[in-house]
Design a protein around this ligand. Structure first.
Ligand code: SF4
Length: 409
């Protein structure tokens, strides 16, 4: 791991908003987040389920599907190589060495997946095609990334050569391979690189013949096929047992050190963050509520939600005898139900009068990268100014009353 404080981050996300337009109303899954990620660092996004972590990752990759849409913001990616290859066609998306991925046409953006950005998903079993061998699927990724690199403007070339007819041909004529021999050789190299024993034999096996941990390694191999600059790992070890989790995390770190790629790690597990990350952002209700280096956030957390997350980790040294759960539940992200105040206020043990206004982000003096959306960064908690639990329960009762009045009129 290494902390880079260079002036030019590799990725800058600015004011990103992703909404889902559902029958119940507009869901503000990502609500104006800002973050920057440096070259060769591991940046973690941590938070409870439903806080918007995965939607953030999918938004960065441009993979949000209907009824969702990115409604605002920029994803700036530093790549002089890309600026040179697409700058003339897409001048409005370029600013110096940076390309705004949000402003790119979907056609060009698609060609960046695999070659510049790649993703490891939570569940490898559902990510592989059960009817093709693991080797063929990795080789297919190798070929499509080679084509995308050769012609970044052509999406059609990415998928050419694959499909039902090709599959049938390779089945009825075993001499005609679904993928080229040299791509299969590269797939075997990649399987070896991620620590799969007997990669030549394993490449010929189908996904159901792999264990969960092995298949996760194979998915990492597939993600590395295009030698991406940024690897997004969305809960990469959730489906694995603890020993295999540790092996997969170590593998990711080794590969990161070897290749110098940047990793954006999405997780709900602070233990994984502590093991892997240089810096992190804590997400709550679609916002990054605290960010900083691992040291900043773990040793000097300011936001009560971050403190709550850290307090809910088992303490194996035994100085704390009980886990401290965070009271309450994650709030609804429906636009018409989101309060116009700090989203954490009704769960916060330190909520005060001023928290009834939405907090902006405050820098924390001792560290250039440590910041939080909490008034405690600039004032101390004052009990005389505290909002009691009754305040929020009466607020809820009032809202329910208004809703039921509205419903009966
Ligand atoms: S702004 Fe207020 S309510 Fe929100 S987390 Fe900070 S202290 Fe708690």
């Amino acid at each position: 791991m290494s902390v880079h404080t260079g002036e030019k981050p590799l990725l800058r996300v600015e004011g990103l908003k992703t909404r889902f337009f559902t029958e119940e109303g507009q869901v503000n899954a990502v609500d104006g987040i800002d973050l920057s990620i440096n070259d060769s660092e591991v940046f973690g996004i941590v938070g409870e389920s439903g806080s918007g972590k995965s939607v953030t990752a999918l938004s960065v990759l441009g993979l949000i599907e209907s009824p969702g849409r990115i409604t605002d913001g920029h994803v700036w990616y530093r790549s002089p190589e890309l600026v040179e290859s697409i700058g003339a066609d897409e001048p409005s998306a370029v600013d110096g060495e940076y390309v705004d991925l949000q402003a790119l046409s979907p056609r060009v953006r698609r060609t960046l997946r695999g070659t510049h950005f790649s993703m490891i998903f939570q569940d490898p079993m559902s990510s592989f095609n059960p009817s093709l061998t693991v080797g063929e699927q990795i080789a297919e990724a190798v070929e499509s990334q080679q084509r995308a690199r050769a012609n970044p403007r052509s999406v059609a070339s990415r998928t050419q050569g694959y499909g039902l007819s090709s599959f049938i041909m390779s089945t009825v004529m075993p001499s005609k391979r679904y993928v080229k021999e040299e791509s299969l050789d590269r797939a075997i190299e990649l399987l070896e690189m991620v620590g799969i024993p007997d990669p030549v034999l394993r490449a010929e096996e189908y996904p159901h013949e792999f264990s969960g941990g092995m298949l996760q390694r194979a998915m990492i191999a597939q993600a590395l096929a295009g030698e991406p600059n940024v690897l997004i790992a969305d809960e990469p070890t959730t489906a694995l047992d603890v020993t295999i989790q540790a092996q997969v995390l170590d593998l990711l770190l080794e590969l990161q050190e070897e290749t110098g790629m940047t990793i954006l790690l999405i997780t709900h597990n602070l233990g994984v963050v502590a093991r892997m990350c240089d810096r992190l952002g804590v997400m709550y209700a679609g916002e990054i509520v605290e960010r900083g280096t691992l040291h900043d956030v773990f040793n000097d957390p300011v936001h009560p939600y971050t403190q709550g997350l850290l307090g809910s980790i088992p303490d194996l040294d035994g100085t704390r005898d009980r886990l401290q759960p965070i009271a309450g539940n994650v709030p609804s992200l429906l636009d018409h139900e989101m309060p116009d105040r700090c989203f954490f206020a009704d769960r916060c043990p330190k909520a005060m009068q001023e928290c009834l206004e939405k907090p902006p982000e405050f820098g924390i003096a001792e560290s250039s990268s440590h910041a939080t959306k909490c008034y405690l960064a600039r004032t101390s908690y004052d009990e005389t100014d505290a909002l009691t639990e009754d305040y929020f329960s009466s607020e809820t009762a009032e809202t329910q009353q208004i809703e039921s009045d509205g419903g009966t009129q």
